[in-house]
Each structure stands twice: as structure tokens, then as C-alpha cells.
Design a protein. Sequence first.
Lengths: 114, 114
Amino acid sequence: EAGVVQSPRYKIIEKKQPVAFWCNPISGHNTLYWYLQNLGQGPELLIRYENEEAVDDSQLPKDRFSAERLKGVDSTLKIQPAELGDSAVYLCASSLDPYGNEQFFGPGTRLTVL
Amino acid sequence: QQQVKQSPQSLIVQKGGISIINCAYENTAFDYFPWYQQFPGKGPALLIAIRPDVSEKKEGRFTISFNKSAKQFSLHIMDSQPGDSATYFCAARGGSSNTGKLIFGQGTTLQVKP
């Protein structure tokens, strides 16, 4: 069974440029999560989806971050414009149930903003 | 009150020794406590988890000890092996009002010396 797929794995951009990350969850997993992981820190939830619905986006900085999961499968996280402080690893995870009992993480996208 | 505090930040253990990582929390509404293991360049992966109605759970060489009254839980890795060298994160699930939301600790980098 394929795991959570994320692309790109690495992205280097200039500040003020836009960037987008893509995630394909494990087949059949209706719950999808985007996390931010700063160097040397634990993951922090940005947004959680149940199918197409964003059920928890309280930690998403909505002035510059947006996310979508149009058909309840793949998801895209966008930053526009990027700031230096956005440099981090962006992790996508999925789970079979909505209770977060076991979340399967992708390898992440490492973003560097110059 | 939403924090999970993890210690130590780093740990060096000899092969065959016992690795112990501790976590503490404040929110008594937390209802699920997983431990995740993360290797460099990979996403975190669930290692073992416990619910607050159980004081101990063992899976192979990995044991969680849970002290509900002290609001503390710990991961014990018996017979530590070089392949266990990774970063370990404790986490807590937010309870009924935050179903599915995991709060992660800051992580512990474990190095097992041959």
C-alpha cells in the first residue's frame, strides 16, 4: 500500500514569492492534516479536513496561507506571499478515522525562503 | 494548558541500555497519548499509544508508562539498538472538543551508541 505522497520534496524560493505544496493521502483515508514542523520542534497542526470540509483551521495564518481539498482526496497548501519565517518542513498526514488515532505522515516538503 | 512538555531534548544511550523519555501535560481533557518516531528526511510514524484508563502498555521493546494523577507519561525503550536512533515525539489528543487534534512535544533526539 502506498503511503502519503507529497511533492515537491524540497523548494527554495525568494521572499514574497508564492509557493504551493501537494499531498495525496492514503487511499480511503477521509481525514487529512497539514502540519508545520520547524527545525528541532514537533509538528504543529495548520488545518484538518474531513473529506472536503476544513473542520479545524484555527492555526492557519489566513492572511497568507490557504488550503483546499476539492474532491476530498488530494490537497494543496499555498503560501502567498512567502516570508523568511515560513522556512520549515510542511508535513501532510492522513488517517482512516476522524479521531486522529493513527496518523500516517508523508515525508514532508522542506521549504527554504531566501 | 494546551502544551505537552517533553524531556530530555537529547539522549545518548549505549547499545543494550534503557532509553527513557518523559512528557508532561496540563489539560485533563486529553484522551489519547501516542508516541511517534521520526528518522531524518522522513515523516513521523506511530510507535505506540496509550489511553488514560491504562497505566502501562508494552509492545515489544517499547513501553509507555502513564501516571494520570501526575499528568505525566513516559516512553521506555528496552535493549536499545543503534537502529532506534531517531527523534521521538510524544503527543496528546485534544479531547472531545478537539477531536483528532494532536499536540506534539518538542521532541527528543536519541542516539544509541554501538
